[in-house]
Design a protein around this ligand. Structure first.
Ligand code: ZN
Length: 394
């Protein structure tokens, strides 16, 4: 179906290169991406291992050996984070949650899950699966180190054992959006049977941890002059942002609950023919209906979006020769929505930098037009707190 292939194209484009993420392939059906920030982290880890950790723990080896050990250790560390995230994703799948992708970045990994947990139990199982894998890996590497292998292997295995256990402990802090915060959320949800309340409380505790980490990081920096502890402040900032976003997301989700694209879209938008000239468009369409965007049709198939702003940029002398097709945003670059999609999902898609309005397409035919302002209007009408649309950060 045309609509499907167009949607897939849009999906593909989204996966490539956005936000500096590089797709490295699929593992067990989940797309894995690397964020550029990871390069800096890997370089930092290699440097601190080769220059400090390995020479002091396993003395007597050559500099090149330390460097080789450091490279192997940091690659296996990345693989460990990946396995942690894949653990979340695979369990999420089993619980009926769609997994978009996994992005590895500065502070580990983020598995993008779509949809809601069916029960507190499901949320709990998904949340603990990652740390359980980290603990398993930590124990495995520790056992390898204890078995008395050659000193090169011993150094790498001991560090990997240690770092995986640290990773598990850190992630189990009850600080939303960390895994432990989700465990806490699941427990609160089960206790009171109120999802939104659980999210508010978990988010407040998460923000508390965020402030605490920032304060600790800054204190260590100020009183000990320790740059190496300043990363605590960065983690705190990350927690703070994540916890706030989660609370906002739930507020938005509540305000839009039950609404679908079909409830908010403009049903019979004024359309333009791809082959008509800009002059014709100005005379026939723009003169009587002044909108900011017009769906462009070829026959009755949508092929793009015409923004009035780009028409205005065409010099008047070109109006009779330039066609709508050459001026429009082609379909591959337009956000495509379906009538059945929830308003929350649509909001997320329309918040992408590629455009704040999308075509609603049904079986390849134009069904309507939806802009982020249409959704914002619904948010204002609803009894939501007085704030604009605030999508979950991705
Ligand atoms: Zn995790």
């Amino acid at each position: 179906m045309a609509s499907e292939s167009a949607t897939q194209q849009a999906e593909k484009r989204k996966n490539q290169g956005m936000n500096g993420n590089l797709s490295i392939g699929r593992f067990g059906g989940v797309e894995v991406r690397l964020n550029w920030s990871l390069l800096a982290v890997v370089a930092l880890i290699v440097w601190s291992l080769a220059d400090g950790v390995f020479p002091s723990q396993n003395p007597g080896l050559s500099d090149n050996t330390y460097l080789g050990m450091a490279v192997v250790a940091s690659l296996l560390f990345l693989a460990s984070i990946l396995l942690h995230e894949l653990g979340h994703s695979w369990v999420a799948r089993r619980e009926g949650i769609e997994v978009d992708s996994i992005t590895l970045w500065l502070f580990g990994g983020v598995a993008q899950l779509k949809g809601r947990f069916r029960s507190p139990g499901a949320e709990f199982r998904v949340a603990v699966s990652g740390p359980l894998i980290s603990i398993g890996l930590g124990v495995l590497f520790m056992l390898i180190a204890v078995a008395g292998p050659p000193t090169e292997v011993d150094g790498v295995a001991a560090w990997l054992g240690y770092i995986n256990l640290i990773l598990a402990v850190f992630n189990l802090l009850p600080a939303s959006p960390l895994d432990g915060g989700r465990v806490l959320h699941a427990a609160l949800w089960r206790a009171k049977r109120d999802y939104a309340w659980a999210t508010r409380v978990a988010s407040e505790i998460g923000q508390g941890f965020g402030y605490l980490f920032i304060a600790l990081g800054l204190a260590m920096f100020v009183f000990q002059g320790s740059f190496s502890r300043a990363w605590l402040a960065f983690i705190g900032w990350f927690l703070l942002q994540g916890a706030r976003a989660e609370a906002r997301y739930v507020a938005t989700e509540q305000a839009l609950s039950g609404l679908r694209v079909r409830d908010l879209m403009v049903r019979h938008p004024v359309t333009v023919n791809a082959d008509s000239t800009i002059g014709r468009f100005m005379d026939d369409v723009a003169g009587s209906h002044r909108f900011t965007t017009y769906p462009v049709l070829e026959g009755d198939r949508p092929v793009g979006l015409l923004a009035f702003a780009s028409v205005a940029a065409v010099p008047r002398s070109d109006w009779d020769t330039r066609r709508v097709r050459e001026t429009m945003i082609p379909l591959e670059e337009v956000t495509l929505l379906t009538e059945d999609e929830t308003a929350v999902d649509a909001l997320e898609e329309l918040s992408a930098p590629t455009g704040n309005r999308g075509l609603v397409v049904d079986d390849g035919n134009l069904a309507g037009l939806l802009s982020i302002t249409d959704i914002a209007r619904a948010l204002e009408v609803g009894r939501s707190p007085a704030r604009g649309p605030s999508p979950r950060p991705t």
